[in-house]
Design a protein around this ligand. Structure first.
Ligand code: FAD
Length: 444
């Protein structure tokens, strides 16, 4: 039976990144994937959703150009061509991953893996053994068991990106990051979007100050948002709620995800609610079996899964390194404007100092016509340690990195305040927000 140093089950951003890191660290690696490499992120998640969002951003920019005097009489959206572009980019990225797997001499098994407690792995007719195993089997969409739903047809994010025609109408159930991003990706292209979110507000995991900005933009681009109600039942293309009946042509559920725990159940691993229970080193209740990514607690994000996988490989190899710190995992919402956050929010800390600088005075933001947003810093009162930050701006997902890099390099708000940012940039607002902590902001 072939023996490996490490076997990794699942080739999403948790699994394939762990495999490459292990191979580059000198380990003999087996990687198993039952579907396409890249996992949810590349095939039905981060990448396709962000490509659609780029298209919708471009449409909005063309419309803005018209307001400024760059006149385009008609904007025609050729949806099949947009989807073709999406498919081409995804295909190129998947081929890159396959190429990295091959060039790092990782033994790739295609098929459904099962794992035994003695660390043997079976894929179809093949069986091999590994000294350590990482479970990185990810998650799948969750659809609540609503009354009458069995007679309705609907999309989840697993099926939505295969759409060939631009839907004239789309009702989205949900109000989290994925639901809101999907609404932003289609409304500017011409789809009439209704979002039904039974709780009080959208984006409840995000910075509260960011939500009104996004709600206002949703209204501007014609998204109908319905909140604060109870679902009663589904009846054909009707959704009966405590606020009335809503009809739909197309229905998308973006109501969360559930971990793929078949292997964990076979192994009778300990669970923490629906997730696999792990310690701070991602060890499960069975020796030499680890779990990462969407299978375990913490942020369910691609870069979190990759960071956890790299940590586990280094831990197995005995490398001394810091634990994965949830406070250093950035989380991004690719709406227009974007929201980018890390660490603690204002309402999660006591004894902290919070500064918020709206970006409407920032020269670059004004030039670009993107003045809705802010830079927010949460720092300790005495030492100025950066506890958290949130940037709401066009390009916020790139801009945040200046603050994150400072924190990663053990910098405080003092270093941010003294940093020389290029002018004009939206990022220079970070410097001014940091100066504001000392009462020395220029633009205040
Ligand atoms: P997955 O990516 O789910 O990969 C798991 C892999 O394991 C899959 O390929 C699966 O086929 C395979 N597998 C499962 N069981 C077996 C088995 N028994 N044998 C062999 N293979 C198996 N995150 C971000 O960071 N940024 C974003 O912008 C973002 N946008 C998103 C948008 C959408 C619409 C969705 C749905 C998700 C988004 N996410 C985003 C979340 C991100 O996709 C996940 O957090 C990430 O993919 C988790 O990685 P993973 O490796 O844990 O699991």
């Amino acid at each position: 039976m072939e023996q490996f140093d490490i076997a990794i089950i699942g080739a999403g951003p948790g699994g394939y990144v762990s495999a490459i890191h292990a191979a580059k660290s000198g380990m003999k690696v087996a990687l198993v994937e039952r579907d396409k490499v890249g996992g949810a992120c590349y095939n039905v998640g981060c990448i396709p959703s962000k490509i659609l969002l780029e298209h919708s951003k471009l449409v909005q920019e063309i419309q803005r150009g018209n307001d400024w005097g760059i006149e385009t009489p008609v904007v025609n959206v050729n949806f099949p061509r947009l989807m073709q572009r999406k498919n081409t980019i995804v295909q190129e990225l998947l081929e890159n991953i396959e190429q990295y797997i091959a060039s790092n001499h990782i033994t790739f098994y295609r098929g459904e893996a099962s794992v035994a407690a003695d660390l043997t792995v079976t894929v179809g007719q093949e069986t091999f053994v590994a000294k350590d195993i990482i479970l990185a089997t990810g998650s799948k969409p969750f659809v609540p068991p609503f009354k009458g739903l069995e007679n309705s047809s609907y999309y989840t994010t697993d099926t939505f990106f295969d759409m060939e025609e631009l839907p004239q109408q789309l009702t989205i159930i949900g109000g989290g990051v994925i639901a809101v991003e999907m609404a932003f990706s289609l409304a500017p292209l011409g789809t009439k979007v209704t979002m039904l979110n039974h709780s009080e507000d959208i984006l409840q995991t995000e910075e509260p100050d960011a939500r009104p900005i996004i709600r206002k933009k949703m209204k501007n681009i014609g998204i109908e948002l319905v909140t604060n109600f109870q679902f009663e039942q589904f009846n054909g293309n009707e959704i009966h709620t405590s606020k009335g009946i809503y009809t739909y042509e197309n229905l998308l559920f973006a109501t969360g995800r559930r971990p793929n725990t078949e292997i964990a159940q076979q192994l009778e691993l300990d669970f923490d609610g629906r997730l696999i229970a792990v310690n701070k080193h991602y060890e499960t209740s069975l020796p030499h079996i680890y779990a990462i990514g969407d299978l375990v607690g913490g942020y369910q994000l691609a870069h979190a899964a990759s960071a956890e996988g790299i940590y586990v490989v280094d831990y197995i190899l005995g490398a001394k390194r810091a634990l994965v710190d949830q406070a250093l995992i950035p989380r991004c919402v690719y709406t227009h404007p974007e929201i980018a956050t890390f660490g603690l929010l204002e309402d999660q800390v006591h004894q902290a100092y919070t500064i918020k600088m709206p970006i409407n005075t920032n020269p670059k933001a004004l030039m670009e016509g993107n003045v809705e947003g802010f830079v927010k810093l949460v720092v300790t009162k005495e030492e100025g340690y950066i506890l958290g930050a949130c940037v709401v701006a066009d390009g916020a997902t790139e801009i945040l990195n200046a603050i994150l890099a400072t924190k990663n390099a053990s910098g405080t708000v003092n270093e941010l305040a003294n940093m020389i940012f290029p002018h004009p940039t939206v990022s220079e607002h970070i410097g001014d927000a940091a100066k504001a902590v000392f009462g020395k902001a220029i633009q205040q």
